[in-house]
Ligand binder design. Structure first.
Ligand code: HEC
Length: 137
């Protein structure tokens, strides 16, 4: 056995401890990630239906990017003048143009999983004028 080999054997336990520690750490991370994902899908669906997102939440996530600064002529949030002619169309017409999209606005205002009620709430939030709720199905 050469000196080099012996040195190698002597050095071995140290890196292995480090590697074992690292593996444990990765395993813990993996478990934590799994624990988060492990809720049954059915429960998640039910929660989504119950927890309807507020108009403000939808706005912040989807509509804000254009309507805060008035990108491409979007009526600005809280700008009563810009919204007044739009609001005159009524809830259903506003909802329709949001769902279908308008010249500068992509369909659904980019919130493809939004319900009609969520869109109506977001419009109410932006315009500063609450709209009548959608009739229950
Ligand atoms: C990519 C930019 C963009 C995003 C994102 C966006 N909008 Fe718009 N929106 C516009 C523009 C531009 C207009 C003006 C369109 C026009 O007058 O031709 C507009 C107009 C509107 C109008 C007026 C429609 C009408 O009939 O006059 C409503 C209501 C509206 N948006 C709702 C929303 C809602 C709700 C969201 C978020 C869920 C949203 N928008 C997200 C760009 C956007």
């Amino acid at each position: 056995m050469t000196d080099g080999d012996r040195a190698g054997i002597r050095r071995f336990p140290l890196p292995w401890t480090a590697v074992r520690g690292w593996l444990l750490w990765v395993a813990c991370l993996g478990l934590a990630a799994c624990a988060e994902d492990s809720a049954p899908p059915q429960a998640a669906d039910d929660a989504a239906i119950e927890a309807q997102r507020s108009g403000a939440a939808i706005y912040q996530r989807y509509c804000f990017s254009c309507h805060a600064a008035g990108v491409a002529g979007a009526p600005r949030t809280g700008d009563a003048e810009a919204w007044s002619s739009r609001m005159a169309k009524g809830r259903d017409a506003l909802l329709r143009s949001t769902i279908d999209g308008m010249v500068g606005m992509p369909a659904m205002g980019l919130c493809f999983d939004c319900s009609e009620q969520e869109l109506v709430d977001a419009i109410g939030h932006m315009s500063g004028t609450a709209l009548a709720p959608m009739p229950s199905p």
